[in-house]
Ligand binder design. Sequence first.
Ligand code: SF4
Length: 70
Amino acid sequence: MRVHIDRELCIGAGECVLEAPAIFALDDEGKSTIIATQDTREELLWAAAEACPALAVILETAEGDQVYPQ
Ligand code: SF4
């Protein structure tokens, strides 16, 4: 599972940080950024993605196929 943030969509709500603070943080612009590639357990990535009100947390398979949002 791979994750990235669509910074155009991110509104800085911080839900992803609350769900997975070891993976996401808000940067100087108040937008989410990936801070860790460790501990990227799928359940944490899914929780963060589903909590994001802007659908800005993008999940992809290792092959690069987008699985969320669909
Ligand atoms: S939950 Fe979504 S909108 Fe909020 S900071 Fe994270 S990526 Fe951005």
